[in-house]
Design a protein. Structure first.
Length: 84
């Protein structure tokens, strides 16, 4: 149980750690920051991070597909208009 909490905290603070590391031009170099951060991680932790990113991308695609599949009506259905 503690191992899961520890991994979750690593993922939660990923963005904060990436924000702290900036290039001289003040723009973010995410690849360098990510490489430096995970250089001390075990292969298992890096694999878990990759799985989290893949799952996040799959959820985003599913969300977009679900929104596109919904039938949008600009006005109420005829049955509801008669109730008013």
């Amino acid at each position: 149980m503690r191992e899961k909490k520890k991994k979750a905290s690593k993922f939660a603070t990923l963005r904060k750690k990436l924000i702290r590391i900036r290039r001289h031009s003040r723009s973010m170099d995410y690849a360098k920051a990510l490489r430096e951060m995970i250089s001390s991680w075990s292969v298992r932790d890096v694999s878990a991070l990759v799985q989290e990113y893949e799952a996040s991308a799959a959820l985003k695609e599913l969300h977009v597909a679900a929104n596109l599949a919904r039938h949008h009506r600009p006005y109420p259905s005829p049955g509801l208009v008669h109730l008013v």
